[in-house]
Design a protein around this ligand. Structure first.
Ligand code: SAH
Length: 401
């Protein structure tokens, strides 16, 4: 492991514009904003940033690769980022979640990256298993210390490490899916969300195993589902469907292209059959490309449709195409809705703004020629705060026809 303390501090001076952006609390310093650097920086070096008057501006984690060169940890007065600082930093983060959930929800996000002051680091709790996901190799030299602090402050049986794909070859001595603390995993991990039980794959599953960010939308869907035939398009492991079933849906159809996702949806239904409404609800799975299937299904066959596709714009250049795709999905789904039906359209594309997404869905709804009412729009839940413009990826709109 690299010795972080043996070389002089990495010191940077940045453009005037970057100074004010950082002072305003934005967590990223881009490589093209750096004006002076006292030495070559290594992955995970603590970079100290000084302003034009040579005053301390802030500190962050240096990453020599990729456009984001420094991810900010602290801005303001000079501060020593020692062990006690990291301990207090985690305590503050955990305090933000205190009392957000009752024991019926033991799966939620404990730390949401930049938005909690931990740039590129996410920590999710699934009952007694924690999943730590790292999106930049700049954390690797500090990981042992961070894992130790998490273990001290969050009671748990184990901590699993997940690494974003782009850093999996830069993570030595750590590897993707490793148990970095605690007991081995003998059984699949299960947890409770709003009293529903879900089984998840914390080692290989998408994100950290579950889309915790959609909890509030799932709760709303439960409240709208009574007596309805529900289509859950891009269902993943059936999260929305279980809520719809418990809310009294007559039937729910999980539509996904992945057989693994649909198998997980079946298992999750089986795990909740002790709930009478779930056992009375007819559950079907359909393995298909949702874009094609929505175009060919019989009109008016559903009373509530959820569209929750994966990110349709992974980069800025895909933005226009994604906006078009949201419109297309909306048009197809409206045709499948019975009069009186409800459409829940979601987007998790960070490159598509809230205005662009809502605009595209509203335009498609208007073009359908059907009368509709806008019931609600939603954004991030409390355990997924978004504190800077690029962080607002999640948006949803509810339309009644
Ligand atoms: N709504 C889910 C999360 C959806 S994630 C929840 O609340 O948990 C997106 C899902 O879309 C993934 O399961 C992925 O397999 C699926 N998917 C991706 N492309 C698809 C396509 N073209 N057609 C159908 N499903 C697709």
């Amino acid at each position: 492991m690299m010795d972080l303390e043996s070389t002089p501090n990495l010191r940077l001076r940045v453009s005037q514009k970057a100074e004010s952006i950082l002072r305003s609390g934005h967590p990223w310093l881009f490589s093209d904003s750096i004006r002076e650097q006292n030495r070559t920086g290594r992955t995970g070096d603590l970079a100290v940033i000084y302003d034009r008057e040579d005053r301390f501006l802030g500190m962050g984690l240096f990453d020599p690769e990729g456009p984001i060169r420094v991810r900010m940890l602290h801005v303001g007065k000079p501060q020593k980022l020692d062990h006690a600082w990291w301990q207090q930093h985690l305590t503050t983060t955990l305090d933000r979640r205190r009392n957000l959930f009752d024991p019926q929800t033991n799966g939620y996000r404990l730390c949401n990256g930049e938005n909690d002051g931990w740039p590129g680091l996410v920590l999710d709790r699934y009952d007694s298993t924690l999943v730590l996901k790292i999106y930049t190799a700049a954390w690797i030299p500090r990981l042992e210390e961070i894992v130790g602090i998490i273990g001290e402050q969050v009671p748990c049986e184990r901590i699993i490490l997940r690494l974003s794909r782009n850093i999996q070859d830069k993570s030595q001595p750590f590897i993707e899916g490793q148990i970095v603390r605690g007991k081995p995993l003998l059984d699949p991990v299960t947890f409770l969300e709003s009293g529903l039980r879900f089984e998840i794959d914390v080692v290989r599953g998408q994100k950290t195993g579950f889309f915790l960010d959609q909890r509030d939308n799932r709760r709303l869907v439960e409240s709208l589902s009574h007596g309805r035939r529900v289509l859950n398009a891009f269902s993943f492991s059936g999260g929305f469907s279980l809520y719809a079933a418990r809310g009294g849906a007559v039937s729910v159809t999980d539509l996904d292209i992945s057989p693994h996702a649909l198998a997980a949806a079946n298992r999750n239904f089986a795990l909740n059959l002790d709930q009478p409404a779930v056992s009375h609800c007819h559950h079907e799975i359909v393995k298909a490309d949702a874009f094609d299937w929505l175009d060919s299904a019989p009109p008016a066959s559903f009373d509530l449709i959820i569209l929750d596709p994966p990110s349709l714009a992974k980069r800025e250049s895909e933005r226009e195409q994604a906006i078009g795709a949201y419109g297309r999905l909306t048009r197809s789904a409206i045709k499948l809705l019975q009069p009186g039906g409800i459409l829940v359209a979601c987007s998790c594309s960070a490159h598509v703004s809230t205005e662009e997404f809502l605009g595209s869905v509203r335009e498609a709804a208007t073009q359908s020629g059907r009368l509709f009412t806008e019931l609600q729009t939603t954004a991030h839940p409390a355990d997924h705060p978004a504190t800077f413009p690029e962080a607002h990826y999640l948006k949803a709109i509810y339309l009644g026809f």
